[in-house]
Design a protein around this ligand. Structure first.
Ligand code: ATP
Ligand code: LTN
Length: 337
């Protein structure tokens, strides 16, 4: 494909903790596959992360670690743009402008806002409410065609499209209206102990519920072996078997099989055999990532250079879009001072 025809992919992840297996299966794994066919822009959403209190030194470390993990998973910084959101000031600037084109009512309806407000009752800050507007700003600055995310972000993509269309209706075709790109298998990995809720990296109540990509490999295997199942004995994908279905989803995703193929692999097998096989498949998928992570994160100069280059490449694109938007809304046409 020639460069002119390539579509643009944009996605981001918050450095709110070590990524979970859910983040890997629902997002990261797919990003790696997309980089050959699209112009990809991937961000560390550290501005989104402060909607929940973070310890500053920890946030700085998690931000670098997440970037090193992106590299370890196989995202190539030469082919793609890989950057830290707060390095590009255009995000905050477009965020303000788009806030003025977004209704409080539509933000209050967001499921994530309701969930996070319930979870962080002591800190329902306005950033938590306007979180989707910052996400819309991210996506729209880079004129993304497609946004690969897990199922939980579908609603935020819809509001992004609404904001873009609203703005375009007022001012002409300024923004590209993006499409979501949600995987068929693995878009919603559930907790191992509570398979009716999504696996989330910022979960702290029960360590066994979440597999973190940097967990010790033995710990990962044990967490899977302890996963909640049911009193039935059949390894079958079914709504009334959330634990087993979740493990089948995980197995299918890390072995790149369909659910049907995964079920066929365990016809007649008992839960113990099944769980051991899932554990082994996950461990073998994560092992090389951990080895690469150790190697890359030890090379401080390399990580610094990726961060620096990424910020410059991202800012160039973002500032172009921002400048167009500023003109449209009637701000003075002056290059940054
Ligand atoms: P937090 O717990 O801090 O809210 P999170 O684990 O939900 O974070 P995000 O950084 O918000 O993760 O999301 C990064 C990407 O991972 C998004 O594309 C999101 O849709 C995807 N994702 C998150 N959790 C899962 C999951 N359990 N299954 C599949 N995809 C997921
Ligand atoms: N809110 C997203 C992270 C995120 C994002 C984005 C995803 C921030 N900006 C832009 C896609 C596109 C989440 O996954 N929780």
């Amino acid at each position: 494909m020639s460069n002119e025809q390539r579509k643009v992919i944009y996605s981001a992840m918050q450095p709110s903790g070590v990524p979970s297996l859910g983040n890997y299966i629902g997002a990261l794994k797919n990003w790696v596959n997309l980089q050959n066919d699209y112009d990809c822009v991937f961000a560390i959403a550290n501005m989104h992360a402060i909607t929940v209190r973070q310890e500053p030194a920890q946030l700085r470390k998690k931000t670098r670690d997440l970037l090193a993990l992106f590299l370890a998973i196989g995202i190539d910084p030469e082919k793609n743009i890989l950057y830290i959101q707060s390095d590009v000031t255009a995000h905050a600037q477009l965020n303000w402008i788009l806030n003025c084109y977004t209704y409080v009512g539509e933000l209050q309806r967001m499921t994530q806002f309701k969930d996070k407000s319930a979870k962080h009752e002591e800190n329902i800050n306005s950033g938590l409410l306007t979180y989707p507007v910052l996400m819309a700003s991210d996506i729209l600055l880079y004129k993304a065609d497609l946004v690969p995310v897990g199922e939980d972000q579908r609603q935020h993509l819809e509001i992004t499209r609404d904001i873009a269309e609203r703005f375009n209706n007022l001012y002409g075709e300024v923004f590209k209206v993006p499409e979501g790109f949600i995987p068929k298998v693995g878009a919603r990995i559930m907790g191992l102990q509570n398979p009716t809720r999504k696996m989330s990296k910022s979960e702290s109540d029960n360590e066994n519920n979440v597999i973190y990509l940097l967990d010790d490999l033995k710990v990962i295997a044990n967490k899977i072996k302890r996963a909640v199942t049911d009193s039935d004995t059949e390894v079958r994908y079914s709504e009334d078997k959330p634990g087993i279905s979740n493990l089948l989803n995980i197995y299918a995703s890390v072995t790149d099989k369909t659910i049907e193929e995964a079920e066929a692999d365990f016809k007649g097998a008992n839960y113990g055999t099944f769980k051991s096989a899932v554990a082994e498949a996950v461990v073998e998928r994560i092992r090389p990532i951990q080895e690469e992570f150790a190697r890359i994160s030890a090379d401080k100069a390399y990580v610094d250079s990726v961060i620096e280059q990424g910020a410059q490449k991202a800012a160039r694109i973002a500032n172009k879009t921002l400048s167009k938007v500023k003109k449209k809304v009637g701000f003075p046409d002056r290059p940054g001072l």
